[in-house]
Design a protein around this ligand. Sequence first.
Ligand code: RB5
Length: 146
Amino acid sequence: MKVAIGCDHGALALKESVKKVLAELGTEIDDIGTYTEDSVDYPDIAEKVCEKVISGEADRGVVLCGTGIGISMAANKIKGIRCALCGEAYSARMARAHNDANVLALGGRVLGPELAGDVVRTFFTQEFEGGRHARRVGKIMALENK
Ligand code: RB5
């Protein structure tokens, strides 16, 4: 699986620790930045990561900012993206099993590396359950065309 990942200046350290977990899981990682402490705008990062997912260049995405809130809001504005902001493993499991989330958002100023590692391992190993959940996800996607 190929994973596109990107963060703003509020989550540089967490991005590096998440990349280690993704590497342990055997994923191919495409890090689109940011790479320094210089301030950047998280919507630009969300757009770059999500474009990779939409184009099929990446199978899934991980986006990080200080809280994870702004970057998840931005990601969810992009057609085809179902971004879930997760602060613990149960939400990550449900985001995949029930919501078929294709992008995970994390808060670099909220989560420590251990908890974030649990979230990432869960998100990238849980399959979508389909069935009644597919109908509901279809309804989410239909909202994009209203
Ligand atoms: C940047 O200072 C901060 O606003 C951003 O990382 C994020 O927390 C926004 O939601």
